[in-house]
Design a protein. Structure first.
Length: 131
């Protein structure tokens, strides 16, 4: 399984791995009931510790994206479109919260941020009043 990780990132490796697998599941690259690589195999492939892969799989288990069949291994769970949208909304919410916090740290007001959102949504032209 092709997974990109970066040792230079501030995001822990196990979270990077979980995120890559999550994206593959949500994009249907990994289909329902498909078996994931064993912890040892993925550890060897990515050249990271077994505990790192185990932590990544635990994150995905908690998100109900994968399930375990004991000694057999880990598999992609069946998820419906509504579940995917809930997960995606949560991811976008986290990203927007980061941008919002940065905007406030940079001196913008909530009104400024609201105006930016209205521009992005096409409800307002840049520099002009509402449409």
């Amino acid at each position: 399984m092709k997974i990109k990780i970066s040792n230079l990132s501030s995001i822990p490796i196990y979270q990077q791995i979980a995120s890559e697998i999550r994206n593959k599941i949500l994009s249907n690259e990994l289909m329902s009931n498909m078996q994931l690589p064993s912890i040892r195999a993925l550890s060897k492939e990515l050249e990271v510790g077994i505990i790192t892969i185990k932590k990544a799989y635990e994150v995905l288990l908690q998100e109900n994206l994968i399930y375990s069949k004991g000694a057999v291994g880990y598999f992609v769970n069946e998820i419906n479109r509504e579940e995917i949208l809930v997960i995606k909304k949560g991811e976008y919410l986290k990203e927007i919260e980061k941008v919002f916090e940065k905007a406030l740290d940079d001196g913008l007001t909530k009104v400024d941020v609201k105006e930016i959102i209205e521009i992005v949504l096409g409800e307002r032209d840049y520099g002009n009043k509402a449409k």
